[in-house]
Design a protein around this ligand. Structure first.
Ligand SMILES: O=P(O)(O)OP(=O)(O)OP(=O)(O)OC[C@H]1O[C@@H](n2cnc3c(O)ncnc32)[C@H](O)[C@@H]1O
Length: 286
């Protein structure tokens, strides 16, 4: 990733989830992307939002859709909260709203300045209008999977995040390993666990996405998931754990802690950031 310019004195990343393992994954990813950034200047905030898909997505399309919806929903929620905060502040005649210290406000204003500097420094601002190839503005991705640029546009004096990340876990049947006789299960193909990341850059309205690698789930877990039990719940029941999905996840258990859920997701966040990095120009319009 680009070395942070002076404007990147701080970075604000918003995450569409309250799950600590997802927030940790995003933090890990951005710390590696912006390695010269003071870790204290990296603000990663997660807010629980609806994914708009089933509790246990069962294919790529549904999982990616969930990731996009999470990013969109948290962006919307953030704007509402920020708008509300601004209104309160204005009402109080510029005085600080109770519970939000002056330091926090200063920090936000600093971020806002950084955001403006970056915007000013950017030549040839891209269009914020997404048509998804239809010729008509996108209806904020209601059911569509194309790149929607209408959500992240800056509004008035609201502080917007530098990036908004939606992460969604899913499962899907992976037929390929069953082509190999020693691995072939007797009946159905192995059920693989994976996740999609969707990232919105509000200042340009551009989107990107990438997915994790995948791994096969044990037969008993797969059977439960096929019967309608959520993966996290199945994992807890089979292995006698609690809230595993908020900690190391099933991946952490199966790899003996070598790869926990945060470490599993973080590389995919890094990959999803590629179009916003040093080769950004090569992705423009693509
Ligand atoms: O809704 P939030 O709080 O963001 O977190 P979640 O873990 O429920 O989030 P997802 O919707 O992304 O995950 C979809 C499902 O997959 C499960 N899941 C995904 N990865 C997992 C893992 O590593 N360990 C356990 N469960 C996992 C989880 O139980 C969910 O039911």
């Amino acid at each position: 990733m680009d070395t942070p310019s002076p404007a990147f004195r701080s970075l604000f990343v918003l995450v569409g989830s309250g799950n600590p393992s997802k927030i940790a994954a995003v933090r890990l990813a951005f710390l590696s992307l912006y390695s010269s950034l003071d870790p204290e200047s990296l603000h990663v905030e997660g807010l629980p939002v609806d994914s708009g898909v089933s509790a246990q997505p069962i294919n790529d399309e549904e999982t990616y859709r969930g990731a996009i919806m999470r990013a969109q929903n948290v962006m919307r929620l953030w704007k509402e909260k920020e708008g509300e905060r601004r209104r309160k502040e204005e009402k109080l005649g510029g005085q600080m709203v109770e519970g939000r210290g002056a330091g926090k406000r200063e920090e936000q204003d600093k971020r806002k300045r950084g955001q403006n500097e970056r915007q000013q420094g950017e030549k040839g601002k891209e269009s914020n209008q997404c048509t998804g190839g239809t010729g008509k503005p996108c209806e904020i991705c209601k059911g569509c999977l194309h790149v929607c640029s209408t959500v992240g546009a800056e509004e008035g004096s609201l502080l917007l995040p530098d990036y908004v990340v939606g992460l969604e876990g899913g499962v899907k049947e992976e037929p390929f390993p069953s082509l190999c006789p020693p691995l072939a299960p007797p009946s159905s193909p192995p059920l693989h666990c994976f996740a999609w990341m969707a990232i919105l850059e509000p200042r340009t309205g551009r989107w990107s996405g990438a997915k994790t690698a995948s791994f096969p789930l044990p037969g008993i877990v797969a059977t439960m998931v096929r019967a309608g039990v959520e993966l996290g719940e199945a994992d807890d029941r089979v292995f006698g754990r609690e809230k595993s999905k908020e900690r190391d996840g099933v991946v952490g258990l199966l790899t003996g802690g070598i790869v926990d859920r945060a470490a599993f997701y973080a590389p995919a966040v890094v990959l999803a950031m590629i179009p916003f990095g040093r080769y950004r120009g090569r992705y423009a319009g693509g």
